[in-house]
Design a protein around this ligand. Structure first.
Ligand SMILES: [Mg+2]
Length: 401
């Protein structure tokens, strides 16, 4: 049984006409994003996911890519190339690289970024046992985010049952963002003529029930247009982000079944203020992610909760500490909300609203629900053990970074 994927294949041959004049002298994937070629971010992402070999499928200005990546050793991977005509369509490029392809490989577009978790995706793929899997952004925040409408329907079993490039069908539930896991047998379905992988092969796989849809809530970013390039640039800027649970991490936890209902009941834990001060000094943006079911149980109002948070922020400001934003879930367990931990809704909301990558942030909590929420959001998570204070964990974190 397949247990790892070592090879990634990047479609990097197009002309990038919509990005002119930036693509007059370099191919689109080499356009600078925060002064680094976009492709470097992708290669780094692949390397971090255990990929050891990258096959670049080239067409337009191939020497700009071969010259930059060489044999790949400078980037910690082995680089291979397959070069075709500028006008070749995506499917043709993949078919023509056939000799170089592993039995199963990861296929991605050279102009699209999302914080891939290959291990999770591969587990999903093995479970579904289809010829290919694609990654589907759930687009929960509503149709048209980033001007992109849904173009795919994934059924409850995780199979793609509709792929509609025209985006007309109202019953669609996500956006196909590539990052495919492909069994090489797919090449047997390919025509000899010039063809597009998305337009010809994906619908064929859907028809055969051979395309699984790995759904993700992580936002994706692409560099197709100047506007999307700008937003990608913001997202890929290096950031220092820390997410903290509140009760039991920042302040003393109330007794089981009780809640902090007013400022009088709130007290900072030993070391918490020092920890927040250290994080602030090191340039971290601090967010709080907290369940406050006491609201749903009628033990306090939203106003009372927000008043506690205002006072907490005022108190911390005296120490030069700024809490960027506090996300709270006021719901009860049976309300079916999307935010109450162990669900990861608040983490995704913070990441989306503040343009950061959860896989590069850190979440610190004090119970099992925090651990599960962090895991579901692919966010590295530390759980304080009983008696352990925030400052020791923060000091260790700062030392390791
Ligand atoms: Mg807690």
């Amino acid at each position: 049984m397949l247990s790892t994927i070592r090879q990634a294949v990047i479609l990097a041959g197009g002309e990038g006409l919509r990005l002119r004049p930036l693509t007059n002298r370099v191919p689109k994937p080499m356009v600078a994003v925060n002064d680094r070629p976009f492709l470097e971010y992708l290669v780094e992402l692949l390397k971090d996911n255990g990929i050891t070999e990258v096959v670049f499928l080239l067409g337009y200005l191939p020497e700009k890519i071969t010259g930059h990546f060489g044999d790949g050793s400078k980037f910690g991977i082995e680089a291979k190339y397959s070069t075709g005509k500028v006008s070749d369509k995506t499917g043709t490029r993949i078919r023509n690289a056939g000799q170089q392809l592993d039995g199963t490989f990861l296929l991605l577009y050279g102009d699209n970024y999302y914080p891939l978790n290959l291990k999770k995706m591969l587990a999903f793929c093995i479970e579904h046992d289809t010829l290919a899997s694609t990654t589907v952004y759930t687009n929960r925040d509503g149709k048209g985010e980033y001007g992109t409408e849904n173009n795919i329907y994934v059924d409850v079993d995780g199979h793609v049952v509709k792929y509609d490039k025209g985006r007309k069908d109202p019953k669609l539930n996500g956006v196909d963002i590539g990052f495919f896991i492909v069994n090489k047998k797919v090449l047997e379905l390919m025509p000899d003529s010039d063809f597009s992988f998305e337009e010809e092969i994906l619908p064929l796989l859907v028809k055969k029930r051979q395309l699984a849809g790995y759904q993700t809530r992580h936002r994706y970013h692409y560099i197709t247009t100047l506007a999307s390039l700008k937003s990608t640039e913001k997202y890929l800027q290096p950031k220092k982000i820390i997410l903290l649970d509140r009760d039991g991490v920042i302040n003393r936890k109330p007794a089981e079944g009780d809640y902090i209902k007013n400022w009088g009941e709130f007290s900072f834990l030993p070391g918490a203020i020092e920890a927040l001060r250290l994080l602030t000094e090191k340039g971290y943006d601090i967010f709080v992610i907290t369940n406050q079911r006491g609201v749903a149980r009628g033990l306090m109002s939203i106003n009372a909760l927000e008043s506690i948070h205002r006072k907490m922020k005022t108190e911390l400001a005296k120490h030069g500490i700024d809490i960027k934003q506090i996300y709270y879930c006021p719901h009860g367990e049976d309300e079916g909300c999307d935010c109450r931990k162990p669900k990861p809704g608040m983490l995704f909301q913070a990441a989306s609203e503040h343009d950061f990558n959860l896989t590069k942030a850190v979440f610190i909590g004090d119970d099992e629900r925090d651990r599960q929420a962090g895991e579901a959001a692919d966010c590295p998570t530390t759980i304080l053990s009983p008696g352990e204070d925030l400052v020791s964990v923060v000091k260790a974190l700062l030392k390791s970074r």
